[in-house]
Design a protein around this ligand. Structure first.
Ligand code: M6R
Length: 369
């Protein structure tokens, strides 16, 4: 049932192009409009929404952090993202015009379930983004948008994450469509790019051998740091989480702009630092800033592992290892930038002799608070 792969995780990483395509299937029509009939919250209710609040745990929380950038940029509705386990304990401000989005692969995560119950008690509408048909979270929500990743067996979430991102983009674009905000050339271009993105994920998968070799060469390290900006920041957090749970290594993700506010003190000779570089097109200010960050850490001895778009030549002089990803619109970059980090963590776990599909101390679905 592992389809010839040694681990479910490897199989699930390889299934990502299909999972992404399946999650888009039937949701974008020929004219480039979105049809999310499953979202049984009326267009008039969606037009009234004055705040979006996303609740989730772990990897699903990282998808939520990325969704915030998309929702605020495309719809101009304020969006908060909160760890489900923290949410109800701080008496959050919610009302009938708040749209709460609960993201969960399993649909059984108790923290997320309790957060959505709390939201519904406050009169908010809850939309679940979920991978498991008929599970508790979608059953208790007002509406559900299913991700079509298929069953995810490995404890470390991979294909579910990519499909959660796709679902979040669809919701953000749909909200924009329904409300007529910023509905113009940019959005049409993003929809076009989304429909090609599974091929780009496939291309990334075809170039992973050097990433595996690099991972094996780092098997005796104690710490790996991850840096990113904008949507690359949650990608850095996700890369660090994967490494913790699979390789049992100390790994931390930082917003690159925070380096000089503390973390740069951690940099020492030969410390591996993975940097997710934003596209040099579009938000080029951020690109230039991160290139300076790479220079700063390298000057202090860091071994820089740079994930950058094809054609980005500015990073070349400062990259000890360069991992290329296809050019995408900035907001979609996490769909391609996360893949090398999954492969990296999986290979490091194998090199360290760890159980890839069943990391110690972890369960696939966490049904206690
Ligand atoms: O089933 P869920 O998406 O609600 O699970 C949430 C987290 O427990 C999950 O993403 C966890 O962080 C994964 N093991 C990460 O790889």
């Amino acid at each position: 049932e592992k389809g010839g792969y040694d681990y479910f995780m490897l199989k699930e990483i390889a299934e990502q192009p299909k999972a992404v395509a399946d999650t888009l299937l039937g949701r974008i029509d020929a004219a480039g409009s979105l049809t999310l009939d499953e979202v049984r919250i009326s267009a008039s209710e969606l037009r009234e929404v004055d705040k979006v609040v996303i609740v989730a745990c772990g990897t699903a929380f990282h998808a939520g952090l990325i969704a915030k950038y998309a929702i605020e940029h495309w719809t101009r509705i304020p969006c908060e993202v909160e760890l489900a386990s923290e949410f109800r304990y701080r008496d959050p401000i919610l009302g009938a015009r708040s749209l709460v989005i609960a993201i969960s692969q399993s649909g059984e995560t108790m923290d997320t379930l309790m957060a959505l119950r709390h939201a519904r008690e406050q009169g908010s509408k809850v939309l679940a983004i979920c991978n498991t048909n008929g599970s508790t979270i979608p059953r208790e929500s007002d509406a559900v948008l299913y991700t079509h990743a298929g069953p995810e067996v490995a404890v470390a979430s991979t294909k579910a994450f990519l499909t959660q991102l796709v679902a979040c983009y669809l919701v953000a674009l749909y909200l924009g469509q329904v409300r007529g905000t910023k509905w113009g050339d940019e959005i049409s271009a993003v929809i076009r790019d989304l429909s090609h993105i599974s091929g780009e994920v496939e291309r990334v998968l075809e170039t992973m051998e050097p990433v595996r070799a690099l991972a094996r060469s780092l098997a005796s390290k104690d710490t790996v740091l991850f840096l990113g900006r904008h949507v690359g920041y949650p990608v850095a957090l996700e890369g660090a989480l994967k490494l913790k749970e699979l390789a049992y290594m100390h790994a931390e993700g930082f917003a690159a702009g925070e380096l000089k506010h503390g973390p740069i003190a951690l940099i020492e000779e030969d410390l591996p630092v993975v940097v997710v570089v934003p596209s040099p097109r579009g938000r080029s200010v951020l690109h230039d800033k991160i290139v300076s960050n790479i220079q700063e850490i390298r000057a202090r001895g860091a071994r820089t592992i740079v994930i950058a778009e094809e054609g980005d030549e500015a990073v070349v002089p400062y990259a000890d290892h360069l991992i290329r990803i296809p050019a995408t619109p900035t907001l979609l970059q996490p769909l391609v930038a996360t893949v090398p980090l999954q492969v990296f963590a999986c290979e490091l776990a194998t090199a360290r002799g760890n159980e890839v599909d069943q990391p110690r101390n972890l369960a696939k679905s966490v049904t206690v608070e």
